[in-house]
Each structure stands twice: as C-alpha cells, then as structure tokens.
Design a protein around this ligand. Structure first.
Ligand SMILES: [Zn+2]
Length: 266
C-alpha cells in the first residue's frame, strides 16, 4: 500500500502516523515545502525541526533530502520501523522522498546504520562523509563543519527507478521520465557533488565547462554523472584531488587553445 503526505510546509508532524499506517513493504512518500529551512537558510529552525545541521553549499538540495530522510528514519525507528529510500527529487520550491517501510527492530537498526555526516571544506573544497561528525578537513587540516546527522545511504532503488522510467516513457509522462532518468546510476556515487565554479575559484584558474571536466574524468576511468538535485554540479567517484587536477587540465588546455600559435609550447 501507499501513503502520500503532501502538507503545506514541513511534513514532520505526519511522519510517525504515515510510517505507522503503512503496511510492511508498503511505500510512504512525503513532500516538504520547507525547502529554505532544510537547505540551510535557517539552520536553527532546521536543528529544532529535524535535529540536524544543514549546510548551505553547492549541493544543499541533496543535503536537504538526506536530512528529511533521516528525520523519517529516526521517527519511524522509534516504533521499530526501518526505511529504504526508493527515489527522491528536488523540483522548483519543494522536495520529495519515497521510502519503503520495513517493520521490525532489526530493520530499524539496519536503517540507523545509514545515519552519518557530510563535510565540505570551505577552504580547499575537499569533501567527505562519515558515520561520525567530521571536524577536520582531510585535505588541508582546516576545521570544518559537518551537515547532519543525515541519511548517507542510497537515495534510490535502481530497480524501481528503472521500472518507473519505462512506465513514464510508455505513458508519455515527459516530466516524470526526465526526473527518473536523472536518477539512473545514482547508487554508485558518494552523498555529495562538486561544482566546477567553486573548484576553479579555489584553484584561481579561469572557469571551464562542466561537461569538459566530466569528459576528462570519464576518460581517466572515473564514473561521473550530473548532480540530479541541483541546477549545476556533478557527481564522481574520483577523489577531490583527481577532480581538481581535471579542472586544472581542462583550464590549461582551454588557455592554450586561445593562445596565439607562436606562444604555444611545442
Ligand atoms: Zn580543506
């Protein structure tokens, strides 16, 4: 069975009822128009409502979805119910998550192990996730704030996303198909993304095209995909160092292409 919660503002007051009402194996979907709070505009309100610190950075919508899912996980867990996210999206002013309900203490414990923290260093751009708060950047040693606690596990069930995508295409549901298509392969990537603008500015090199950087990483053997929850950005399994190197290389090549022939190295 399927329970859909679509309130005005935060869905927090309805989480316990929704997960309690759904049968084992059923699905709960929740909409939140509390986007500004979950995206870090009002961090104190987010801590009060969701018991989680948001971070307002270039992947704030993904972080918001993960905070919302962890609120579901925590509240359902109080009644020995576990959750398994199926799909999520951030569209215009609202966020939406879909999760399967798994009844039982062992299932709730399994879900709890997907709780963690995400850090993104303001100084050098390094990022990471961990089951404990990250207080120091691995890249440069600077002190860092972690978003969380939040859901660091998978956001999608690839079988359901694939099947729903086929149905959307067959039924000519263009918007739905586009949103589902953007989620394909998400399970391979860490719970954060990179922004080419941020990295170029940290490296003090001229901005470059995101698709060029993605192509470069792919040709270096890394998986890459567009960040499905933000207007720009990309996800990759490459380390921050490898991403920064790709941005530098693309920037250098772009400068060389623009340079007059006699100034190019031979
Ligand atoms: Zn750093």
């Amino acid at each position: 069975d399927f329970v859909d919660v679509d309130p005005f503002g935060t869905p927090v007051p309805y989480i316990q009822g929704a997960f309690g009402a759904a049968a084992d194996g059923g699905v709960v979907s929740l909409t939140s128009t509390d986007t500004a709070v979950l995206c870090g505009v009002y961090p104190e309100v987010c801590r009060r409502r969701y018991s989680s610190l948001p971070l307002k950075n270039e992947f704030k919508h993904e972080t918001a979805l993960r905070i919302l899912l962890n609120a579901c996980r925590r509240i359902a867990g109080m009644n020995d119910i576990g959750i398994e996210p199926i799909a999520a999206h951030s569209t215009r002013h609202y966020l939406r998550v879909y999760a399967r309900v798994r009844v039982g203490a062992a299932q709730a414990d399994r879900s709890r192990r997907q709780e963690g923290f995400i850090a993104s260093c303001e100084k050098c751009g390094e990022r990471g996730s961990s089951s404990l708060p990250i207080v120091m950047c691995d890249g440069c040693g600077a002190g860092t704030l972690s978003a969380g606690p939040l859901w660091i596990g998978p956001l999608t069930d690839p079988r359901v996303v694939g099947a729903a995508l086929n149905v959307s295409r067959r039924s000519n549901l263009g918007g739905g198909a586009k949103a589902l298509d953007a989620l394909l392969g998400l399970e391979y990537f860490p719970p954060f993304s990179y922004s080419v603008e941020r990295i170029s500015s940290a490296l003090k090199v001229p901005g470059v095209s995101q698709s060029e950087v993605m192509r470069r990483l792919a040709s270096n053997g890394y998986r890459v995909m567009k960040q499905p929850f933000e207007k720009t950005g990309f996800k990759t399994e490459a380390t921050y160092g490898a991403v920064a190197e790709a941005v530098s290389a693309v920037s250098r090549d772009a400068r060389l292409e623009k340079a007059p022939l006699h100034a190019r190295p031979t």
